[in-house]
Design a protein around this ligand. Structure first.
Ligand SMILES: N[C@@H](CCC(=O)N[C@@H](CS)C(=O)NCC(=O)O)C(=O)O
Length: 274
């Protein structure tokens, strides 16, 4: 059986997208289709900025990342991880919906969830500074190789997150999310939601789009942004998030660290790695 290591964080929406997709794959293929060892990267302790993580796992300093002796190099993006998994295990991409699934997944991943889920209080006139990164870069006792890795990460951070909370960016991301939700609402099957409410209907079963969309919607709901989610999709997410496949990923806890107690977080970190 192929063994993989998934670097993740229990409160990272992109990590949840991959973990929920794996959980759906397990429900299609049974637990023995591949082995995923989980490693928690505690971003609140800057573990994503550690030398060995940046040099050996993901130079972008983000989760999720998938490694395996069977891979030539780590896969460092949630959509790329899912695309790789569905090539090997195509059960979540029914042929009839393939094109639609990948088109909407691509659109979903053009949306920056940070802009919708993080409080404006983190913004400053210069943007959202990454204090941990600035501190590490100010140290004089680090290797040249590590400094170069931190500089790369810093440029990457500035290009994706520094201005993520600027007003115009937030408005743009809200609009992107609404446009996507309208498209998804149109394809969402009209079967009663308490049947299996998968996007393409209960007979098509779970798709990779369900795998990424549910964590995104649940995160927005947790962040108090239900105002931009159509009621039909709130009902879809509420129903799916009660089910075993989601509960086994989140252990029934909210997707935002600020809503979870310190003890629960320590416990989560122990349970969510093997
Ligand atoms: N495009 C990437 C985005 C990954 C991402 O933004 N990860 C966040 C957590 S959800 C992260 O690690 N942020 C820390 C940082 O960028 O410094 C993906 O889809 O995997």
């Amino acid at each position: 059986m192929t063994e993989y290591t998934l670097y993740h964080n229990p409160f990272s929406v992109h990590s949840l997208m991959v973990r929920y997709t794996i959980s759906l794959l397990e429900s299609v293929y049974g637990h023995s289709f591949a082995q995923f060892n989980l490693k928690v990267v505690d971003q609140s302790r800057n573990q994503h900025l550690e030398e060995c993580f940046l040099l050996k796992v993901n130079p972008k300093g983000q989760v999720p990342a998938l490694t395996s002796p069977s891979l030539p190099e780590p896969i460092t993006d949630s959509l790329e991880i899912t695309t790789f998994l569905t090539k090997k295990y195509p059960g979540l991409v029914p042929e009839a919906h393939r094109e639609c699934i990948f088109a909407l997944l691509t659109e979903l991943h053009e949306i920056q969830p940070f802009s919708l889920c993080v409080s404006q209080t983190y913004n400053t006139p210069e943007g959202v500074r990454n204090v941990g990164l600035d501190f590490l870069l100010s140290r004089s006792d680090i290797s040249d190789e590590y400094r170069r890795a931190l500089q790369f990460k810093s440029q990457f951070y500035d290009s994706v997150l520094l201005h993520a909370l600027d007003d115009d960016k937030v408005r743009q991301v809200e609009l992107q999310a609404k446009v996507l939700f309208d498209k998804v609402s149109e394809i969402l099957s009209d079967e009663p939601v308490d049947k299996d409410p998968w996007l393409f209907g209960s007979s098509a079963g779970p798709s990779a789009l369900d795998g990424h969309l549910l964590p995104f919607i649940v995160r927005l709901m947790d962040a108090g942004r239900s105002d931009i989610i159509p009621e039909k999709l709130v009902a879809y997410a509420t129903e799916l998030s009660r089910r075993e496949q989601w509960q086994s990923v989140t252990l029934g806890l909210p997707t935002m660290q600020s809503f979870v107690g310190k003890d629960q977080i320590e416990n989560l970190k122990k349970v969510m790695q093997n």
